[in-house]
Design a protein around this ligand. Structure first.
Ligand SMILES: NC(=O)c1ccc[n+]([C@@H]2O[C@H](COP(=O)([O-])OP(=O)(O)OC[C@H]3O[C@@H](n4cnc5c(N)ncnc54)[C@H](O)[C@@H]3O)[C@@H](O)[C@H]2O)c1
Length: 353
């Protein structure tokens, strides 16, 4: 078992984590428990949790439909109603059992209900274990904009049980790997080398601990996203645009899949800016081609992509702002990039995959 100290709470990682959850519940005398899950975590994760944590046998279960569409004001209202109907008070605990959708939504509902009640995260996808459950960002999508409404609220604890990954579909596993590679690229060259020379599936617990510890170090320095935390956006400026562009189409991508494309294009931007060497660019390209299934960006989509990026809040007068690698294991933020450089980088991506 490993314990990482974050902003007023601990992240506990290990196969024996149910014991730690039971101890946490025993030490904190909550008046009632509300477990938020989706149909998949209801089926695959909830039985294990309840069997191993007796205090949760009488917990209220709030099951939502899986998928990003549940991060909505309507589902939030449904959760608040359920809390009210079941007399949740200031001393109740919300338990988010699921991927990033459940932790973002459940954290948001808990942080606003009666001006905030306690919640804990029990992440069940690789992405939420390595990334979404740590750092205190909660939120929902609103008016067609992702994460446009939300709060910065820290959970009371995060409990990571890598066992839960056994039932996670392969595509979602790779989705999470993208954020793990990202954290290595921006913050730790040694970790990058470890990832590229070993099979992460053989060492999930260790890899998760490293990635959580690295993200934690960054968010502790900048809890409200004003400066250094922006390096976590590496791959995301392009990635978000690609994700939005393909949303609702047959080629729709998961977040991590779009971020991998973003990281490659942005690595070329870093190369053009003389921040990253040709050798490093080739190394990143080679590794990503081996690990991920990369699709070309159709020329027809190029202009729409630029349009989406022009509308991005980080764009000022056609100058795009990026977080770019300045070598493998280090990253800078607020770097200006022109449209011409962007075009070159997308061409590079399309000819490399
Ligand atoms: N708050 C943050 O810092 C932060 C960071 C990154 C991403 N996010 C958010 O996270 C969300 C994406 O999270 P995600 O990738 O975990 O997606 P998700 O929550 O939609 O889960 C992916 C799929 O896996 C299923 N699932 C979950 N656990 C399972 C298990 N153990 N076995 C079988 N199936 C399982 C879910 O039902 C769902 O179908 C996005 O909304 C994104 O905005 C938040």
């Amino acid at each position: 078992m490993l314990s990482i100290k974050s902003n007023g709470y601990n992240v506990e990682i290990g196969m024996q984590v149910f014991k730690t959850i039971s101890a946490f519940l025993k030490n904190n005398n909550y008046s009632s428990y509300f477990v938020i899950c989706d149909e998949n975590t209801f089926q695959y994760c909830l039985p294990q949790l309840i069997t191993n944590c007796v205090k949760l046998r009488d917990a209220h279960i709030i099951e939502i439909e899986s998928g990003e569409a549940s991060k909505s004001i309507e589902i939030s209202a449904h959760i608040w109603h359920t809390l009210i109907e079941n007399k949740a008070d200031k001393n109740s605990l919300v338990i988010n059992l699921g991927g990033g959708v459940v932790s973002d939504l459940g954290g948001f509902c808990a942080s606003t209900y009666k001006r905030g009640i306690d919640f804990i995260n029990i992440p069940t996808t690789l992405l939420s274990m390595a990334d979404a459950s740590v750092g205190g960002k909660t939120g929902i999508d609103f008016a067609g904009l992702k994460n446009s409404i939300g709060t910065f609220t820290q959970p009371k604890a995060v409990f990571i049980n890598p066992h839960f990954l056994e039932t996670l579909p392969k595509r979602h596993y790779e989705n999470g790997l993208a954020e793990i590679y990202k954290i290595a690229l921006i913050a730790d060259k040694k970790f990058w080398i470890e990832l590229k020379t070993s099979n992460p599936e053989n060492n999930t617990e260790l890899i998760l601990s490293k990635s959580v510890a690295l993200k934690n170090k960054i968010v502790l320095k900048d809890p409200f996203d004003k400066g250094i935390r922006k390096i976590l956006n590496f791959g995301h400026t392009i990635g978000h645009a690609v994700e939005s562009l393909l949303l609702g189409t047959k080629e729709e991508l998961l977040h991590g899949e779009a971020i991998v494309i973003g990281m490659l294009i942005e690595s070329h931007l870093a190369f053009q800016k003389k921040l990253l060497s040709k050798t490093e660019l080739s190394e990143i390209t080679l590794v990503f081609k081996e690990v991920f299934d990369l699709k070309k960006i159709k020329p027809i989509n190029f202009n729409s992509l630029l349009e989406l990026m022009r509308n991005d809040k980080k764009t000022l007068k056609n100058k795009f702002q990026f977080s770019l690698l300045n070598k493998i294991g280090a990253c800078k933020y607020d770097i200006e990039v022109t449209e011409t450089q962007l075009k070159k980088a997308i061409d590079f991506y399309n000819t490399s995959v």
